[in-house]
Ligand binder design. Structure first.
Ligand code: G3H
Length: 195
């Protein structure tokens, strides 16, 4: 059976500063992950010539894929991070201080909360539908390089986790989640390549 490899982008400069959203490049650590990921994937999918690499349209995922040669790459807008609307580029501290009602509303119902002029987790889940259809149609392995909120939703779909858990699932940086869909259900392996 063909594996699906899910990973977040390498650490970005905004991850380091604690800012959400944005479209920054990778930190030095994130760069190292991009190289490690490429070594891992080349070994893991050595004999799988039809494999493909799917990223979002944001720099940090495209840069994380940049060392991966020899595989076709596809950019999906549907794999872009949850859009925080007016809060894009802020830290959680700043949101708490400047927009306390928004902060509280999100804490109360993170799944349904929609950022002003932005998205909710439910919005993200909905926009992922074509990606999921295409993933299920693939016969060859796919490496999906995306973002925390989006991967929470994708992972939950394949791991059959309840909707209400989606916004709280841990998808650590610098870790590959390998999903195998076999006749007897879904199997999962994790590879932590660095801290
Ligand atoms: O930038 C957004 C984060 O990756 C999503 O985190 O939904 O837990 O705030 P959150």
């Amino acid at each position: 059976p063909r594996p699906i490899l899910l990973t977040r982008h390498g650490e970005s400069k905004d991850n380091v500063r604690g800012r959400i959203g944005g479209d920054t490049v990778l930190s030095d650590k994130g760069e190292i992950y991009a190289k490690k990921l490429s070594n891992f994937v080349e070994k893991r999918l050595k004999s799988e010539r039809a494999a493909s690499i799917w990223t979002s349209t944001l720099q940090r995922t495209i840069l994380t894929a940049s060392h991966l040669g020899g595989f076709p790459k596809i950019q999906w807008r549907a794999l872009d991070e949850i859009y925080a609307g007016v809060c894009d580029g802020m830290t959680y501290e700043e949101i708490k201080k400047n927009m306390p009602e928004e902060y509280e509303a999100r804490k109360k119902d993170k799944l349904r909360y929609r950022y002003p002029r932005g998205e909710s987790y439910l919005d993200v889940i909905q926009r992922l539908e074509p990606v999921i259809i295409e993933l299920e149609r693939q016969r060859a392995p796919v490496v999906v390089i995306s973002h925390q909120a989006v991967l929470r939703a994708l992972y939950s779909y394949f791991a059959d986790r309840p909707l209400k858990e989606v916004p709280h699932i841990e998808i650590p940086l610098h870790t590959i989640i390998e999903i195998q869909m076999g006749v007897s259900g879904v199997q999962e392996k994790r590879y932590k390549l660095m801290d």
